[in-house]
Each structure stands twice: as structure tokens, then as C-alpha cells.
Design a binder for this molecule. Structure first.
Ligand code: SF4
Length: 188
């Protein structure tokens, strides 16, 4: 449940802001599907205000939780739906990154999460050409093919890219000490 809530709340905001909201919801004993679905909008807004776009996110979270409850009863049952990704993507406000975060981290299904760090690092090291308008799905499929759809490898690879993006490959890159320095085309 926490991962699903986090996947919605982290849209367009740093994880730090999301953590506070998740901790507050947990500490109040409200991290539960039925409780969140029936929660008064004003109360939910108050819990998630620090994540920005809180009205929109509250609506999206409730929509997603209602979808899960009505179609599967609980989160665990979602793994048996072979068309789950398509169904998640059909829900308003659920994009590819959010859907794949839920599939990989909440359900342990072998989907790679392509985020802004992935695009930036892959462009800089030369996996994607600078001018190439490469699509989300192309990168996802390339990584999944390379890593053999192994869930733990997909999680670890994503986590390593996030760590690299935070520690070195920032908007203004800190190339000194970067573990990819020797192979990177854009090092400075
Ligand atoms: S060497 Fe610099 S530009 Fe290349 S991946 Fe590392 S931090 Fe990014």
C-alpha cells in the first residue's frame, strides 16, 4: 500500500516531500485501502499537501485504490492479471513511470522503471544519442531484454541509476569520482 501511495505522491516532486506524507498517514493508522478511499477529501489533502498538486493527487490516489478494490479486492490479487499494465495506464493520471513503479516495486513484476535520471544518464554516457527522440518504451524494453526480466536486477539497476543521478549525474554533473567516468561521452 505504501508503495502504491508513494507512486502517486511522487509525481513531479522529490521523494523527501513524499516521505513526510507517508509517515503521517502511517502514524495516524490510515495506511489502508478502505480508509483512504472513504477519507474526507479535506483530510486527505491535509495529509499530502507537502507533495504539491495535492488535490489532483488525492483524486488520482482514490481512483487507483477504487480500481484495485473493485477489480481485484486487494493488491496481492493484481499480479494474476496479465493485462494489468494496460489497465493501469488506462486510469487517468497513471503514466508509464507510475504504472511501472507499481508493477515492479509493489507487485514484484519484471518491469523496468524509466525515470528522468535514466534518460539523462543514458544520453550523457551515449546509450541514447543526444538528438534521438527515444521513447520510454524503447528504453524499458532494452533494459528488460538486457537484464533478462529479473525483478531483483531491475530494482537494483533502477536504484543505482537514481543514486548516480543524485550523487553525480545531476543537472550540472559532478563527474569527478563518477563510476561511469571512463565510459562516459559527456564527462567534464
Ligand atoms: S561522467 Fe559525468 S556526465 Fe558522465 S555519467 Fe558521470 S556524472 Fe554523468
Amino acid at each position: 500500500m505504501e508503495i502504491i501511495v508513494g507512486a502517486i505522491l511522487t509525481q513531479n516532486v522529490s521523494w523527501k516531500n513524499v516521505e513526510k506524507s507517508i509517515e503521517r498517514i502511517k502514524a495516524s493508522g490510515f495506511m489502508d485501502m478502505d480508509t483512504l478511499i472513504s477519507m474526507d477529501d479535506e483530510v486527505l489533502h491535509d495529509f499530502i499537501r507537502s507533495t504539491g498538486y495535492y488535490r489532483q493527487k488525492a483524486g488520482r490516489l482514490k481512483e487507483l485504490l477504487k480500481f484495485i478494490k473493485e477489480n481485484y479486492g486487494n493488491i496481492e490479487n493484481m499480479v494474476f492479471d496479465t493485462n494489468l499494465r494496460e489497465k493501469l495506464l488506462a486510469i487517468k493520471g497513471i503514466g508509464k513511470e507510475t504504472a511501472d513503479s507499481i508493477l515492479l516495486y509493489a507487485l514484484d513484476l519484471p518491469y523496468f522503471v524509466v525515470d528522468a535520471y535514466t534518460f539523462r544518464i543514458f544520453r550523457r554516457i551515449g546509450i541514447i544519442e543526444e538528438s534521438n527522440k527515444v521513447k520510454y518504451e524503447d528504453i524499458r524494453e532494452m533494459v528488460e531484454k538486457s537484464l533478462g526480466k529479473n525483478v531483483n536486477d531491475l530494482k537494483e539497476f533502477h536504484a543505482l541509476l537514481v543514486a548516480l543521478g543524485k550523487d553525480h549525474c545531476k543537472k550540472v554533473p559532478v563527474c569527478e569520482g563518477c563510476p561511469l567516468y571512463s565510459i562516459c561521452q559527456r564527462k567534464i
